[in-house]
Design a protein around this ligand. Sequence first.
Ligand code: GLV
Ligand code: MG
Length: 335
Amino acid sequence: MKLPRQFFQPLAIGAPSPLRELPVRLERMIHFVPPHMEKMRAKVPELARQVDVVLGNLEDAIPVDAKEAARKGFIEMGKSVDFGPTGLWTRINALNSPWALDDVIEIVGAIGNKLDVIMLPKVDGPWDIHYLDQLLAQLEARHKIAKPILIHAILETAQGVNNVEAIATASPRMHGMSLGPADLAASRAMKTTRVGGGHPEYKVLADAAGDGPRAAYQQDLWHYTVGRMVDACAAAGIKPFYGPFGDFSDQAACESQFRNAFLMGCLGAWSLHPTQIAIAKAVFSPDPAEVAFARKIVDAMPDGAGAVMIDGKMQDDATWKQAKVLIDLAKLVAA
Ligand code: GLV
Ligand code: MG
């Protein structure tokens, strides 16, 4: 039998891929659902109308004795709900766990035609992506799946960060990557018990000004990793995301962390609680005032070249390209 596709070939950096021609979708919030809980599954049809992506979580936060029920619940959810334009993703268990193989085989066999993306946790290097890539190619051929299932890696081990560029280009199936700050903190032996966000002790003191007080400024613990991830993703033509923000009681901190990620190039974040849906929607949609200014730039430079002054600020070929990013995103949000 002729296999329909062979995805094992690693991508050259920035190489165009047939998969990249898939429709561009808004993925501002990847909303996590625990599929073993019937009460939560019952909310999914309504949820699917509010979020860009629904993700059935099978990995961390799902108790060991509920792993099978979560997988079955996700399959039931996938079969019974009409997701329309909303993305349907799952986060499977880690490849070295007892559940990962059955997660992939059973889910692709049952709802492979509806599944858009598999989120793969604890990715250490391109070998993890290659394994899943081949397994998916076999299952897609067996079940005559029409549309390739994409892979989204969680960047959450020190080794993964070390290999971030190789992971991003490991397969044309790569959809993108999310920062996993909780596991990454553990992997690096960072001294925190938080899931994402800042830490009150991670700060620098302002220079001493005479005898005056020395203000302390809190720093962003995740700046370095988000920067590396965004560069690796942009170079490979895949999408970067912030992951979870665990303190549901602090919506302002969640918004601020998501906004930093958005400004640095991320396209979305995970929502683990209903309040985070609206936060992500607001943060990862461009600000109308910024879009209006971007339109002024494009209108003033129709061919995208040269230099003009707008409101006292110099604009040139580079800011024209920046403006296009905001305008294209605004069009996608409005569509
Ligand atoms: C997510 O999986 C994380 O570890 O932060
Ligand atoms: Mg994790």
